[in-house]
Design a binder for this molecule. Sequence first.
Ligand code: SAH
Ligand code: SF4
Length: 376
Amino acid sequence: MTSLPLLVQPRSPRTRRAAPPRHLADLTPKERRAVVTDLGEKPFRADQVARHYFGRLLDPADPADRAQMTDLPAAVRDRLAEALTPRLLTAASERTCDAGATRKTLWRLHDGALVESVVMAYPDRVTVCVSSQAGCGMGCPFCATGQLGLTRNLSTGEIVEQVVAAARATARGAVKGGPNRLSRVVFMGMGEPLANYDRVLSAVRVLTAPAPAGLGLAQRHITISTVGLVPAIRRLASEGLQVTLALSLHAPDDELRNELVPINTRWRVAEVLDAAFEYTRTTGRRLSIEYAMIREVNDQPWRADLLGRLLAGRLAHVNLIPLNPTPGSRWDASPKSVEREFVRRLRAAGVPTTVRDTRGREIDGACGQLAASGGG
Ligand code: SAH
Ligand code: SF4
């Protein structure tokens, strides 16, 4: 296993923080059974708890839900719930918009750190956008999270719990306008997932393992969005997974990308695309290129043409994101006419291109607006 270069390691926090409580999502099925036998219980009890958690989407930290775990004797129930499913996330606020189809939750973690996740229902699917870190150390100037700096990496359990909480809310009808089953996860909330590689990968494995080991989602329905950490992209390519990779490019030339995505000074456009195409080669998955449209910054016709040349003939599509406003930013979204011309040129170059909807804008739940202000 290669470790990431120093530059992308989390900065050491000023004060040492206690690790989040251990949760069954942090453990392999074997380790879960060991916890249970250490408490003097039969090993199969671990699977029972996991089935309630992942299969029935009960919240064992909630006494009312715990009471429904009737295949476990009451006293055992409490002890196992405490040992395996401590509460990792507490909702500090919840907001909905789009007639209830978008729901953003601000979560307080055990040490007071704040992160957000957003559930979005569409007629045919429900997607949750999750955070992988509290804050982010990558400093992209157009992104609200980037202005916070990095607080810390989330644990596997903290990542998985965001998804399980979203699946539970969806199953219980709290998200309107879509099916009552959560099917997709995008790592597009706070943080750079590939800077928290091991925990994000463990979370992906738990989310895609069938119950009772995990939540049983399809690998293809999980998208990891990265700013472009080249060694981590190459490592991901070797994992034998079928997850979708999204690369936040935002500029086709190094001069501008150095400004918009500061990590570009470490790995240039050509290097990052090379690593991403290696991912498409080894996985057969189509690469998603994220490109925030910023007025008179990266939206010129020549940049569309250059991007088209970089991607023509490749297994890739472009997802344009109208820039979402962030506090204090000097930048605006591109006018629609400029956006349309950008799309036209990319398509003319043979590159499939879509424009992302801007779900959650009015509740600061859209891309790059997740700043855990607490006012949310
Ligand atoms: N750190 C990862 C994933 C989280 S950001 C990454 O950068 O890819 C998720 C997406 O939102 C990225 O494509 C990011 O570039 C985009 N984004 C950030 N701020 C934005 C803003 N203000 N408007 C539109 N998209 C933004
Ligand atoms: Fe971090 Fe992604 Fe925001 Fe850049 S765009 S600061 S990598 S969250």
